[in-house]
Design a protein around this ligand. Structure first.
Ligand code: DX5
Ligand code: ZN
Length: 217
């Protein structure tokens, strides 16, 4: 099995002890910290914003990916970069000029990702693929941790993998939502480079869970 990168989502972490949780992620060998930013409009939940990201930035050097589940990423990209995000991921489904947001983020010196919901076909991401560092394929409807993996998404991961390889693109494919030790192999086999997991990592022994994912277990 190829080497897979692991991105713990702090959504299921203990928010009263985030620095400690991030140090456990470091110990486990996490590659990216996934930050689920929700605005209560694009998704039916509210989480945290730049203020929290700025304060946890000092806890670790692991790159931060701000997964922006917000209606107006165009308004806030700069704030998230200033707070310490290394990757800005925006949703394809928002009604703003996506190309413009991606360019804006890149001009601030960060990497960029595009997220697609389970019912958004890969086709809709194609026009942006040349500009991306990451494609984030959602395997649950965004909003909450702990939901069940939607298996129909596996064929979309395969489709994206084939496209990236055949076009020779340098886009990493990340998959987010419902990933457990039980379905992880299917996700990797379908073509993921990076897996994102909240409950499967923070719901138990964080260090052990990350290590097992990294070992392909
Ligand atoms: C869902 C978030 C995911 C979520 C994953 O809206 O984007 O990153 O935290 O949680 P699990 O791994 O528990 O499905
Ligand atoms: Zn996420």
């Amino acid at each position: 099995m190829k080497e897979i990168k692991v991105a713990p989502s702090i959504l299921s972490a203990d928010f009263s002890n985030l620095c400690h949780e991030l140090r456990l992620c470091e110990k486990g060998g996490a590659d990216i910290i996934h930050l689920d930013v929700m605005d209560g409009h694009f998704v039916p939940n509210i989480t945290f914003g730049p203020v929290v990201i700025k304060s946890i930035r000092k806890c670790t050097k692991i790159p931060f990916d701000a997964h922006l589940m917000i209606e107006r990423p165009d308004k806030y990209v700069k704030d998230f970069v200033k707070a310490g995000a290394d990757i800005i991921t925006v949703h394809r489904e928002v009604k703003v000029d996506i190309g413009d947001v991606l360019r804006k983020a890149r001009n601030y010196g960060v990497e960029v990702g595009l997220a697609i919901n389970p019912d958004t076909p890969f086709e809709k991401a194609k026009e942006f693929m040349e500009e991306l560092d990451y494609l984030l394929i959602m395997s649950v409807y965004p909003g909450f941790a702990g939901q069940s993996f939607i298996r129909e998404v596996l064929s979309k991961i395969e489709e994206a993998r084939k496209y990236v390889d055949s076009e020779g693109l340098d886009v990493k494919i990340a998959v987010d939502g419902g990933i457990k030790h039980s379905n992880y192999r299917d996700v990797v086999k379908a073509g993921a480079d990076i897996i994102v997991a909240a409950s499967a990592i923070f719901g138990g022994d964080v260090v052990k869970n990350i290590r097992e994912f990294k070992r392909g277990k």
